[in-house]
Design a protein around this ligand. Structure first.
Ligand SMILES: NC(=O)c1ccc[n+]([C@@H]2O[C@H](COP(=O)([O-])OP(=O)(O)OC[C@H]3O[C@@H](n4cnc5c(N)ncnc54)[C@H](O)[C@@H]3O)[C@@H](O)[C@H]2O)c1
Length: 237
């Protein structure tokens, strides 16, 4: 147990992950670009908080300077801007890559030097890394990059006893995705999932907690999909 830094911790999966890591005995540092929500998570759980934009190397350097030792890093902050190919703007593409890919890189590079043997990194990928659909822009490629970078990180940090894994959520209802689950849409999505329901934030947080724990001490460079079976296929009609 020790200090656990969670990015994108002001709501959704990040907040649920903070809850689980606190229950496991970690002191959390809730990191978000939104200082109000980061502070609310920390206040709720009795941890620390920092404002940080993970896409900005200087902001991440300030975060690293404020910490002495890190035992768990969860790179959870992520965004999506959905558009079809003909409507995608270079600005939107850059922004998604800056947060989802550069954000994971920035935090890993800045905080890994503060981590020691037995510590763990967990990155948030997505079922979308392997399962594309029209109109979701650069989001799937950004998460495929997260998965590849997770393996790279695992190999480079293994000699220092630091593990790195990723979790790929399926359809999880959070503040960020709630609009996709209203009314009939939510029922339709639930019917597509082999386990018969869409996901809850604690479904993800529990697997992140496992990967961060000593129970996963021999697991590194892996991606675990937590999606009710969606990556195996669709539910029977
Ligand atoms: N919810 C799902 O169904 C789902 C599915 C697959 C993958 N994911 C991934 O899980 C992660 C969390 O998703 P969520 O649904 O909880 O999202 P959310 O939108 O509800 O919350 C994201 C949080 O990240 C913060 N954030 C965004 N950009 C940031 C930045 N540049 N720096 C710091 N903080 C930033 C936001 O302020 C927000 O608090 C994301 O990486 C997302 O891609 C979610």
């Amino acid at each position: 147990m020790g200090l656990a830094v969670v990015t994108g911790a002001g709501q959704g999966l990040g907040r649920a992950i903070c809850k689980r890591l606190t229950a496991d005995g970690h002191e959390i540092v809730a990191v978000d670009q939104n200082p109000n929500t980061a502070a609310a998570t920390a206040e709720m759980l009795g941890g620390q908080w920092r404002q940080c934009d993970v896409s900005d190397p200087e902001s991440v350097a300030a975060l690293a300077d404020s910490l002495d030792q890190v035992d768990v890093l969860v790179n959870n902050a992520g965004i999506w801007i959905f558009a079809k190919l003909d409507a995608m703007t270079p600005h939107d593409v850059r922004r998604v890559l800056e947060v989802n890919v550069m954000g994971v890189f920035n935090c890993t590079q800045a905080l890994a030097p503060l981590m020691g043997p037995g510590s763990a990194i967990v990155n948030l990928s997505s079922n979308a890394a392997n399962s594309n659909s029209p109109g979701v822009g650069i989001y799937p490629p950004s998460k495929a990059a997260v998965e590849s970078f997770t393996k790279q990180t695992a190999l480079e940090l293994a000699p220092r006893g630091i593990r790195a894994n990723a979790v790929g959520p399926g359809m999880i209802q959070t503040e960020g995705t709630q609009v996709n689950y209203e009314g009939e849409m939510g029922e339709r999505r639930a019917r597509a999932v082999p386990l018969g329901r869409t996901g809850r934030p604690d479904d993800i947080a529990d697997v992140v907690g496992f990967l961060a724990s000593n129970d996963a001490r021999y697991v590194t460079g892996q991606v675990i999909y937590v999606d009710g079976g969606l990556s195996a296929g669709r539910a029977a009609l």
